[in-house]
Design a protein around this ligand. Structure first.
Ligand SMILES: Cc1ncc(COP(=O)(O)O)c(C=O)c1O
Length: 425
């Protein structure tokens, strides 16, 4: 359906909701409730995804196995804990477009980003710069700056920050390409988001990776806002590494076990320096407790510790749902839902807010970021009173994400209706 066919009425939203082929998936999630017991309008899946109802069973099963078996659960549990993270491998591969040797569930996002930079940020006097968005998520900024300093360089010289052109709100791919073409020989690492957390823009993975590789740079992505939001082809795009968290679109729960991708071509490279731990050591000899480290080939070789089984269990529940829904169907619905939100917001001509996210579906995921010129906090508080959960980023950004697994056209309509009413007041 084209936006030209959208209509502003509540009845239209209800009819679209009723004919949504993915509607049944909403029933598989716990939707937070208002005081009167009715559903909140939850549009914050870009921040924390909702709990799949099945997550409880997956977690309780491992609690029961722990009670029943104690330490023997590592081998004798119905889903033995020793290889438990491997149960996540195939679902993750399908989500991010990777080979089994290329992915692993481990740690949390920023930890994985550091582990990747230990191996892939190898600055030299001639080539020591990192390219990142100026408005990258602060944790990424802190991580790259600390890596630069750790190697004895100064972020003031070694960090290149990408900004939109004056008067624009998102970064153009051709500007990134031009910068890499000009300065690429000094850039050690191109490290961008898949979807920027602030303005919701996506980056052109293929073009940026090609541009970086043409100049001999390593190219990595932070997929915190892309995993479970966009169909991804990390292997085919030839990206060197990627990291992501699992608590946003992946619905793995607060602080969920994160993900990491290392391209196959690095899998057997024993010369890559890395920080090591026993869980990355060869599985056959691990319990012979050898003194010398021998990496498992591929992404698993970057593991440090045995993972949290309870967290991995909750994530398994969610990934099963993704398997059923498929990323292709989710993305098709997501494009429609976000375009519908945009259409409803565009009905307002007050100019009291603007959409800073790209207008073209190809350049964004589920999220729209709205810049409010006045009364932002008040509007946000008014929405919260109406049971609408989205989020506020100081000083003036409201982020709203209709998530195709559990949001409906009616949710989008309710938000737009209440938001525009609050803006008019
Ligand atoms: C883009 C991005 N990078 C990094 C992080 C930090 O994640 P973690 O606390 O899991 O390391 C977040 C958290 O929201 C994020 O949105």
């Amino acid at each position: 359906m084209r936006s030209a066919k959208f209509e502003t009425t509540k009845e239209f939203a209800a009819a679209q909701t009723a004919r949504d082929p993915l509607l049944a998936f909403r029933e598989r999630f716990h939707i937070p409730k208002m005081a009167d017991g009715s559903d909140c309008t939850y549009l914050a899946g870009h921040s924390l995804g909702l709990q799949p109802k099945s997550a409880r069973d997956y977690v309780v099963q491992e609690l029961q196995e722990w009670a029943r078996l104690g330490v023997e659960g590592h081998f004798q549990a119905r889903n033995p804990w020793m290889p438990y993270h491997e149960f996540l491998t195939d679902p993750i591969c399908r989500l991010v477009g990777a080979l089994p040797i290329e992915v692993v569930a481990m740690n949390s996002l920023t930890v994985n980003l550091h582990l990747m930079m230990v191996s892939f940020y190898r600055p030299t006097a001639q080539r020591n710069k990192i390219l990142i968005e100026a408005n990258a998520f602060p944790s990424d900024q802190y991580a790259v700056k600390s890596q630069i300093q750790y190697h004895g360089y100064d972020p003031a010289d070694s960090l290149i920050e990408l900004k939109p052109r004056p008067g624009e709100t998102w970064i153009r791919t051709e500007d990134i390409e031009e910068l890499i073409d000009r300065d690429g020989e000094k850039i050690a690492l191109v490290m961008l988001a898949g979807v920027n957390y602030y303005n919701g823009q996506t980056f052109d993975f293929q073009r940026i990776t090609n541009a970086g590789h043409a100049k001999g740079c390593i190219v990595g992505f932070d997929l915190a806002h892309a995993a479970g939001n966009l169909p991804l082809k990390l292997h085919d795009w030839n990206i060197d590494f990627a990291v992501w968290c699992s608590y946003k679109y992946l619905n793995g729960g607060p602080g969920a076990i994160a993900g990491c991708f290392v391209h196959e071509r690095h899998a057997q490279d024993s010369k890559l320096p890395r920080f090591t731990g026993w869980w990355g050591h060869d599985k056959i000899s691990r319990f012979r407790m050898p003194q010398d480290f021998q990496a498992i080939p591929g992404a698993e070789g970057w593991q440090l510790s045995n993972p949290s089984i309870l967290s991995a269990a909750a994530l398994r529940a969610s990934l099963e749902i993704f398997h059923e829904a498929t990323m292709q169907r989710l993305r098709a619905k997501s494009e429609l839902l976000t375009s519908y939100l945009e259409f409803l917001l565009d009905q307002d001509i007050s100019k009291k807010f603007s959409i800073i996210t790209p207008r073209d579906s190809a350049n964004r995921g589920a999220q729209l970021s709205l810049r409010l010129t006045e009364k932002g906090r008040e509007v946000c508080d008014a929405l919260a009173k109406d049971g609408i959960i989205c989020d506020w980023r100081e000083p003036d950004i409201l982020r709203v994400a209709p998530v195709p697994l559990y949001n409906t056209f009616s949710d989008v309509h309710t938000f737009a209706d209440k938001f525009l009413a609050a803006m008019r007041r």
